[in-house]
Ligand binder design. Structure first.
Ligand code: ADP
Ligand code: MG
Length: 398
């Protein structure tokens, strides 16, 4: 094991600045390494220090996390107004990369759990949504994809500010121009384009965001799939449609989940007629088994309803006051409309963080009709400094 052995009062040192971090407690453990709550004697403050495993791959990934966070913190959010965790320091201690962060509180999964998986009242869901969007706006502007947005990676601030949250864990993040990995995102929050093996963009974070908003209200994941097949099937059933042909044409994993039907299907049955207009059809469990020589893993049923609208509208009330119920009903319709803009199969139609931030569910304006997002302002490509090797011998740019 390449983890550092930590115990109470163990001292981590940044030898360049002579800053000491005295281990107080453990906050988390994962594949990357450990997170320790540390005391800083000079300021009498606690900080969270992520101690990355002594292993080249993790070390490199840790360095990427440092560079992405310094870009976000310093260039895009210098005044700490965008709900992104602050990085305070980083250093190498005994061959381990250590990253110090501001100390935050419990994560949203722990909060959901402590509410016994009943979900939060809509006003709290709205407050959280607004803050996550504030983070996603600058993350997208910086040309970064978080790639692991989920309740565990959103932490409640310990500061006095009411219900402030922050997005953490840029350990899987990448530049939109450098999408090198295809196996990313945590399963429940994994976007259809990633599941299908298509090229992906910052829109995958908006899919995860939609799943999180739904979960904050419902208390359990919107697509609690036990396998990739299971999650895709749940998406298709809940959204009442299948991924568009254009997306499926670009999908490396298409044949794992879909068969080609073309136009041979012409039947009286309405459902099949609708499907026949598409070129591909989602496999049945039997067809999947025949292709993969194994049964698909199917999880249990969590909801009494299948369609998104029914799941949200019929969710048990958290109040029994009649005047609150009618108001809640209206807000639930706004929530459904909001979710529909986020969890759409087509990443190009999926709302951007800025577009989503004007939705009545977020702004609190009355919801009167389905929201039409304002036009996307065309993205001016971010000019990045390109690493060029000047070769003094040859005397020209390589
Ligand atoms: P991983 O890549 O393993 O998910 P994270 O950066 O998400 O690493 O950290 C793992 C866990 O450590 C988090 O889920 C959280 O519980 C805890 N943690 C991380 N950063 C902080 C922080 N700034 N304040 C408090 N706890 C934190
Ligand atoms: Mg994490």
């Amino acid at each position: 094991n390449s983890d550092m052995i930590l115990y109470a009062n163990f001292v981590l040192v940044n030898f360049e600045t002579r800053q000491r971090y005295i281990v107080h407690d453990m906050l988390g453990q994962g594949t990357f390494g450990q997170v320790a709550k540390c005391w800083v004697p000079e300021t009498d403050h606690f900080v969270a220090v992520k101690i990355i495993k002594n292993h080249p791959a993790y070390y490199q990934q840790g360095l990427a996390e440092v560079s992405i966070l310094s870009l976000l913190n310093n260039k895009f959010d210098p005044d700490d107004k965008h709900n992104i965790v602050r990085m305070l320091d980083y250093f190498v201690f005994r061959h381990h990369l250590c990253i110090a962060f501001e100390m935050l509180g419990p994560n949203l999964f722990e909060l959901i759990k402590s509410h016994k998986y009943n979900g939060f009242p809509l006003n709290l869901v709205q407050m959280f949504s607004k803050q996550i969007l504030r983070a996603l706006i600058v993350i997208k502007d910086a040309g970064i994809i978080h790639c692991d947005l989920k309740p565990e990676n959103i932490l409640v601030s310990t500061s006095m500010k009411a219900a402030e949250i922050k997005v953490i864990d840029f350990g899987s993040a990448c530049l939109e121009q450098q999408t090198i990995y295809s196996y990313i995102q945590s399963r429940y929050y994994r976007s259809p384009e990633v599941l299908l093996g298509c090229p992906y963009t910052t829109a995958i974070d908006m899919w995860s965001f939609g799943c999180i908003v739904a979960e904050l209200f419902l208390g359990i994941p919107l697509f609690p799939g036990a396998s990739e097949f299971d999650i895709l099937r749940r998406m298709i059933d809940t959204l009442g449609a299948q991924p568009p042909d254009d997306l499926l044409r670009k999908a490396n994993n298409r044949s794992k989940f879909f068969k080609q039907v073309g136009s041979i299907y012409r039947m009286e049955d309405d459902e099949i007629c609708k499907r026949s207009s598409s070129t591909f059809q989602f496999l049945t469990e039997e067809e999947y088994e025949a292709r993969e020589s194994k049964k698909p893993v199917i999880g249990k049923k969590y909801y009494s309803y299948v369609k998104l609208e029914d799941i949200v509208v019929n969710y048990p009330y958290k109040t029994n006051l009649p005047e609150e119920i009618s108001k809640e009903n209206r807000t639930r319709l706004a929530l459904v409309d909001f979710l529909r803009g986020l969890v759409q199969f087509d990443p190009e139609k999926r709302w951007s963080p800025l577009q989503a931030s004007f939705h009545p569910f977020v702004t609190g304006e009355p919801f009167l009709c389905p929201y039409r997002p304002p036009q996307q302002t065309p993205q001016i490509p971010v000019i990045r400094t390109v690493a060029v090797n000047h070769n003094p011998v040859e005397g020209h740019w390589v």
